[in-house]
Design a protein around this ligand. Structure first.
Ligand code: HEM
Length: 552
């Protein structure tokens, strides 16, 4: 979630050629013997060949090769698209053998709910990620944690901080940041991607630590600044890149002592930097509170609840810090997808603007109290999250017991991936699924509606007990940014410099990452009229006053 972290990528890890990887791992110079390499190779083959014993038929799937299974069948780029094709071919659930791991891919809402929601007691763990979760995060990063006592305590605490009521209490922050977002978009439209990242980063820094990033270059969110949140997040997500670390395919390497294992030294360095940064943010909040400043933020409540939830200091620091990784890029990606979509579908944009003019008028920016009346805009938010869902491939769960479903056996330890992309393109649930049609979420009485599987109409926030805890905060961010942007601006495709004509939008060009956004595109962002500037400036000034009062 960048980048929410790449559990799926890592589970798809293709082992590197063993000799190359072995030499990278053990830099023992001339003392490295052929015997050692042969032993590691032998162990690798034995380990990969061992596999799980199935007690019954697994769901069908593409035929696996011996030892490596389907590793070569799964494309590295946008695997969810291939998985959607396999859903058509093999049915709503299918099996892949990823080396010795069994992976169950779910391509329809019904089995996803049957397994991940209704049987959540046994489908709520995560695949084991030795490098990213155990070595780089020392088991402290919630997104990767196995289902267990620590995860349960942390989720209970987070529940209090992210419930609908708690999410409403952060609305003033989102209003403040979205006013600045619109002002920035109008002032420097060419840097719209930077503004999306600033909005998302600054909002989560305020909610998390009562800190702001006033420009996209602010050290609090810039990725190139040493020891800052984006940089730390990128370092961590890179360790989850498929095939990068042999230890994820050959866990036996985890027994190699650190002084012989460069991958462990690298992991320790990242862990120490991360902990020190998270600690400094949390302790800044502690200091502020002790000196009598208002700090309505996660870190304050995490510190207050730390003892009653039995969290150590490091666990508390990581809980606060890791929310940045989970909640910043996902939100920025959703906003940039919205901008691209509005350029591509001017009719939808015009309809939403007509609703905004009718409900809000032209004297002020929309705010959260308008939400019940902005039905079409609400439907646009839902359709964005369905049509180009932010985490298209889903985030893998893992099962903790043997299970049976519709006559198929699902062994304990199966990696279970709900493929959001396929689920959201199911023609039985979403007629003409490729079309961008917000109307599908408005019922005959003109009210917002969902599907028979989801009240919200989509599954962009995942399933079961691991469902995104930040979803009420994220929904509010998307609503306020989308409506304020459309109230203030007209969004149109950029112009071709040589012909002067509009460059057609490519609605399928998305980044390869786990949480994805449209590839760079040109767009024209212009104020809708001369009434815009005054209202935007006023909202920005109110936000600045509120911020100054909080810091006083
Ligand atoms: C548009 C924005 C967002 C999207 C699309 C999104 C989506 C997701 C998804 C799909 C998952 C995995 C669910 C599963 O395993 O089934 C997830 C997990 C998570 N999200 Fe979000 N998210 C967003 C914003 C946020 C925000 C703003 C926060 C924090 C305030 C957040 C915090 C988390 C955390 C901590 C997890 C891990 C939960 C666990 O493993 O138990 N997310 N999110």
């Amino acid at each position: 979630m960048a980048t929410l972290e790449t559990v799926m990528n890592a589970t798809l890890a293709t082992p590197k050629p063993a000799v190359e990887a072995t030499s990278a791992l053990f830099t023992l110079g001339s003392t490295t013997t052929t015997t050692l390499i042969a032993a590691v190779l032998g162990l690798a083959v034995l380990y990969l060949a061992r596999g799980n014993k199935a007690k019954g038929p697994l769901p069908p799937g593409p035929p696996p090769l011996p030892i490596i299974g389907n590793l070569l069948d799964v494309p590295k780029s946008r695997p969810w698209v291939k998985f959607a094709e396999w859903t058509e071919q093999y049915g709503p659930i299918f099996t892949l053998k990823m080396g010795r791991n069994t992976m169950l891919v779910i391509g329809r809402a019904q089995p996803a709910l049957d397994l991940l929601d209704k049987r959540s007691a046994i489908y709520s763990s995560r695949a084991r990620l030795i490098m990213t979760s155990e070595l780089v995060s020392r088991g402290l990063r919630m997104t990767f944690m196995p289902y267990g006592d620590l995860w349960r305590r942390e989720r209970r605490l987070l529940h209090q901080l992210t419930s609908p009521a708690a999410a409403s209490s952060y609305e003033p922050i989102q209003e403040m940041e979205s006013a600045q977002f619109v002002r920035d978009m109008l002032a420097k439209p060419g840097d719209f991607w930077g503004h999306c990242q600033r909005y998302a980063g600054s909002t989560i820094m305020q909610i998390g630590f009562n800190k702001r990033a006033k420009t996209p270059q602010d050290p609090a969110i810039t990725k190139n600044v040493h020891r800052q949140m984006r940089a730390i997040n990128e370092m961590m997500t890179k360790t989850a890149v498929a095939g990068r670390y042999l230890v994820d395919s050959l866990p036996i390497l985890n027994y190699v002592p650190e002084f012989l294992a460069p991958f462990k030294q690298e992991a320790s360095a990242i862990f120490k930097e991360t902990l020190s940064l998270f600690r400094s943010h949390v302790l800044d909040v502690k200091k502020n509170v002790e000196s009598g400043h208002d700090a309505h933020c996660f870190a304050k409540y995490i510190l207050e609840s730390q003892k009653s939830f039995g969290l150590t200091d490091d666990q508390a620091y990581f809980l606060g810090g890791a929310l940045y990784g989970a909640g910043s890029d996902t939100t920025a990606d959703g906003i940039s997808t919205f901008i691209m979509t509005m350029c591509a579908f001017p009719d939808v944009q015009a309809k939403a603007q007509a609703e905004l003019d009718r409900v809000v008028g032209r004297g002020r920016l929309p705010n959260f109290s308008d939400q019940p009346d902005l039905v079409y805009c609400g439907a646009v938010v839902r359709e964005i999250l369905r049509w180009r869902t932010v985490i298209a491939g889903g985030l893998a769960h893992a099962s903790t017991e043997d299970d049976w479903y519709n006559g198929y056996f699902i062994p304990k330890g199966t990696i279970v991936l709900a493929n959001h992309w396929a689920i959201h393109l199911d023609p039985e649930v979403y007629p003409e699924p490729e079309k961008f049609k917000p109307e599908r979420f408005i019922d005959a009485d003109g009210k917002l509606c969902g599907t028979k599987y989801a009240e919200a109409g989509h599954h962009a926030y995942g399933f079961g007990r691991r469902i995104c805890p930040g979803k009420h905060i994220a929904d509010r961010s998307l609503f306020i940014v989308f409506t304020r942007l459309l109230w203030s601006c007209t969004l149109r495709p950029g112009l071709d410099a040589s012909t002067g004509t509009e460059i057609p939008m490519n609605v399928n060009a998305f980044s390869e990452g786990f949480s994805s956004h449209p590839l760079p595109f040109k767009c024209r962002i212009e104020p809708r009229g001369d009434w815009v500037k005054e209202a935007v400036d006023e909202a920005v000034a109110e936000g600045e006053e509120m911020w100054a009062a909080k810091q006083a």
